[in-house]
Write a protein that binds this ligand. Structure first.
Ligand SMILES: [Zn+2]
Ligand SMILES: [Zn+2]
Length: 124
């Protein structure tokens, strides 16, 4: 028997060196580590102008705003300027401006339970 390093449940490992009870726990652990790691760069938010951290490994490579409120602000600004505000279904892309790989970010965020962690995962 072994104890999962993420959820602390005991399990019977299929391979001796297995550290997690499931793929989900392995993914969650990896994602939490990626979130805790220092950001790859800081960017200026297109909504509020503040700088915010960007972590490539969390699917934030082309993120342009720091939180959902700023996304709304940015969309409003674009609407007023007559620019497209609808994003491409698969890869959120406005042609001139990228907005991360939202699907990937959301999928990864789902790995972490709890609303606070989810918020963090999406917008940290
Ligand atoms: Zn586990
Ligand atoms: Zn902002």
């Amino acid at each position: 028997m072994k104890q999962c390093e993420f959820c602390k449940e005991t399990f019977v490992p299929a391979v001796k060196k297995t550290r997690f009870c499931s793929k989900t726990c392995a993914n969650r652990s990896r994602y939490q580590k990626a979130l805790a790691a220092p950001p790859d760069e800081y960017r200026e938010c297109q909504g509020c102008g503040e700088s915010f951290p960007v972590r490539y490994r969390c699917g934030q490579k082309s993120k342009v705003v720091c939180n959902p409120n700023c996304m709304a602000k940015l969309k409003y600004k674009r609407k007023k300027a007559g620019l497209p505000t609808k994003t491409n279904a698969n890869h959120t892309n406005w042609g001139d401006i990228g907005y991360g790989n939202r699907k990937r970010e959301q999928a990864m965020a789902k790995l972490i339970p709890g609303p606070t962690a989810l918020e963090e995962a999406l917008w940290a």
